[in-house]
Design a protein around this ligand. Structure first.
Ligand code: AMP
Ligand code: GLY
Length: 424
């Protein structure tokens, strides 16, 4: 029996645990630290995702055969370096390769060097020079903190005043600490966003289908950005022609370029794209699975995930094929009202079993906990209800049918997940 460790505690990690638990290879799955939903399919261990030494020790003591990492922070901190030093098999980039997400300055300079299409940009550490540039250049623009800021370090600014506020927030007030020592000021790109995520062993690239996230908190993409309020796959904007361009102009040069830089990239690579008149431009790289994109993607994945992850770790991905469901999958995130701002926790969730009894629906847990025999809310994004359907419309219908069964005091979710795909 194999032992597998999944690192993280969100909806993305629950979908990984769910998919791995359906593997034809019988295995014991651990999750660190996990959540109340994950606890049904895995043994949750109370070690935080950022506790690299604690996770390494656990994997050594238990002789874990394979580890897969959900969030970016342990990757940029060097969890892969640490596991490899101890001869443990782990899927993900080492700290050198994880700089593709850990530093936007590194990622932009890298893309420029290898001719990967991305918006024009300038890098500043002096707020006065940044202000002078913005006044001369004018808006719209984007202003981005260099380092990791939990998705909060990116400002899309429409006026000079907003641009100056963003510069002040990051460089003068140091709202993101050391992650904001430098900023990237980047050209504003207008088009349709899509996510393109691949498996790679550093040589072979196996893509997942296109997906699309809904970052804004309210219907119609209004309101502040969140970690993601829902996702669907496939994304109609990702035509076969666009797919080929992304592979040729972005993914292949990125994987080859990283190897040339002495930062061989192994793991999951996520390109956040803007598709403009049929051409893909990179907004950002993430060095991991997307959340919530992974939930619909793994529901569409017909092949066993475990051999794919093992092949990444062993460098034998060229021997692997992946089959995908020809239909669609939609994930609706059910959140605590107030998120991404302040919200309350500890509300009793009802209707979970009824929702899961709906055909082809899965309820992936994110911010949940067990308390007094109940499952209660324990975070901003609480659940990711995900369902398959022959078409996007059918997947939307199945998902919202399951969503309607679930309730708690203060539940909030978007009603329009997937609608953009229907318009295409
Ligand atoms: P990032 O974390 O860099 O992907 O940025 C977060 C979000 O900001 C993206 O999902 C886009 O919605 C938006 N964004 C980032 N860069 C740009 C850009 N150059 N032009 C327009 N919107 C952008
Ligand atoms: N869904 C966006 C992300 O995972 O970064």
């Amino acid at each position: 029996m194999k032992k597998i460790l999944v690192v993280g505690s969100g909806g993305r990690e629950h979908s990984l645990v769910w998919k791995l638990s359906a593997s034809s290879t019988r295995s014991k799955i651990y999750c660190a630290p996990g959540n109340a939903g994950i606890a049904r399919q895995a043994e949750c261990i109370p070690v935080k995702a950022e506790d690299i030494a604690g996770l390494t020790n656990f994997a050594r003591q238990e002789s874990v055969d394979l580890t897969v990492v959900g969030p970016e922070i342990p990757l940029t901190m060097g969890i892969v370096d640490s596991f490899r030093e101890h001869g443990l098999l782990i899927v993900g980039p080492d700290s050198q390769a994880a700089a593709l997400e850990g530093s936007k300055v590194f990622a932009k300079d890298f893309m420029k060097k290898y001719n990967i299409p991305t918006g024009d940009y300038r890098v500043f550490d002096s707020p006065d020079e940044a202000r002078a540039y913005v006044r001369k250049h004018g808006t719209p623009l984007t202003v981005k903190a260099d380092g990791l800021a939990a998705g909060k370090g990116v400002f899309v600014v429409m006026t000079e005043e907003e641009a100056l506020t963003a510069i002040e927030t990051i460089l003068d007030r140091k709202a993101f600490g050391a992650a904001g020592k430098r900023i990237v000021v980047e050209e504003f790109l207008q088009g349709e966003e899509a996510s393109f995520i691949v498996f790679t062993d550093g040589t072979t690239i196996l893509p997942m289908p296109f997906s699309q996230d809904h970052k804004a908190v309210y219907d119609g993409d209004k309101g502040p950005n969140t970690g993601g309020m829902g996702a669907y796959s496939p994304a109609p904007v990702g035509t076969p022609e666009v797919h080929e361009k992304v592979m040729k102009k972005i993914m292949m040069p990125a994987i080859e370029g990283m190897a040339t830089e002495g930062r061989k990239y192994q793991g999951i690579l996520y390109a956040g794209l803007m598709i403009i008149n049929g051409d893909p431009w990179v907004l950002e790289f993430n060095v991991r699975f997307g959340d919530p994109e992974t939930q619909p993607l793994l529901m569409r994945m017909k092949s066993d995930l475990l051999p794919v992850l093992e092949a990444i770790g062993n460098g034998s991905l060229h021997k692997t094929r992946i089959e995908w469901d020809a239909g669609a999958a939609v994930c609706v995130v059910m959140a605590s009202s107030g998120y991404p701002g302040r919200y309350e926790k500890g509300k009793i969730i009802s209707g979970l079993e009824e929702a899961e009894s709906i055909n082809d629906a899965q309820v992936f847990h994110a911010g949940t906990a067990r308390s007094g025999g109940h499952i209660v809310t324990n975070g901003g994004r609480v659940l990711g209800v995900t369902a398959l359907g022959g078409t996007i419309q059918k997947a939307i219908d199945h998902t919202y049918k399951a969503v309607a069964k679930i309730n708690w005091d203060g539940v909030y979710y978007r009603r329009d997940i997937g609608h953009k795909a229907l318009k295409q």
